[in-house]
Write a new protein. Structure first.
Length: 142
């Protein structure tokens, strides 16, 4: 069985078109394919692709959100943050030293990012980003 396309979004953007495709591999792993399509001077289409696997999407997404203000883009208005905080009360708040220490301890106990998100009342992407920032996988992998 070939890779299965689950969802596709087409985004016309001037002389370019972007496609966001969510697919599932033969091994049942989901991934995102970002394709940029542009017609060259000969009238032929040139395509550039980036593939982001499901496990890394939260990291990429969180970093894109952080970059948005540098590009003059407001992604999250106060109302939106308030809505997110109804589900994850600590979303977009700074981490404390105590929280970092507790995260490290629970990470070592084998808690998943989803379990940690519930414990810390944050989004799982924030947990994954913090684990990476603290280099916990590198610190504790054998």
């Amino acid at each position: 069985m070939e890779n299965q396309e689950l969802k596709s979004i087409k985004i016309p953007a001037g002389k370019r078109t972007y496609f966001l495709d969510i697919k599932k591999s033969r091994e049942e792993m989901k991934y995102l394919v970002i394709t940029e399509s542009q017609r060259d001077d000969k009238g032929e289409y040139q395509h550039n692709k980036v593939i982001v696997f499901q496990e890394y999407f939260p990291l990429i997404f969180d970093e894109l959100v952080k970059l948005a203000p540098d590009l003059g883009v407001k992604l999250y208005e106060k109302k939106m943050i308030d809505e997110i905080r109804k589900i994850s009360p600590n979303a977009y708040t700074p981490w404390t030293k105590e929280q970092d220490e507790q995260l490290e301890l629970l990470f070592c106990q084998g808690k998943t990012p989803e379990e940690l998100a519930t414990i810390f009342q944050r989004r799982s992407g924030a947990i994954t980003s913090r684990i990476k920032k603290l280099e916990l996988k590198e610190k504790y992998s054998k």
